[in-house]
Design a binder for this molecule. Sequence first.
Ligand code: URA
Length: 186
Amino acid sequence: MSADWESLRSECEACRACPLGETRGKLVFGTGVRDAKVLFVGEGPGAREDELGEPFVGRSGQLLDQYFAAIGLDRHTNIYIANMVKCRPPLNRDPSPAEQDACLLWLRAQVKLLRPKVIVCVGRIAAQRLISKSFAVTREHGQFVQRGEFLMMGTFHPAALLRNPSQKSAALEDFFALRDKLAELK
Ligand code: URA
């Protein structure tokens, strides 16, 4: 596995370890700055992401960008955003456990290069794979847990917030908690 971002990206581009590589449009490797203290991990690309090759650029992404902005974060200046799977699952279905497993090495390699202090799991799929199998977003969102050298937290997926806007204020509280945690870590 490559030790630099450019080679890692081109190796990932060529990956066919699961069937998603055959049906995707563009690879959605990740975006952001390479010295980010915070890594956000979503589920997998949707239609718009698949077209543009960037994570969270559809309606969900626009909402997520508002939460970033509320605490002084921005995808172009101080964070990195990736997904559990780098290729779009057809019809926006959840990535299967086997697809997530097949893709995990790319995320691990990104984490190794980035060395973030905090990893935020955006939604159930990432939180259940990276924090705990039984993670329940409605019950455990906003709680920081130490996992090795990383602090981890799970929050609502913006697509869930678009479906259920009553949870938006709870999500904002999670971002305020993240802001406070980052200030502590300075
Ligand atoms: N949903 C995700 O989980 N990730 C994206 O990149 C877009 C939508």
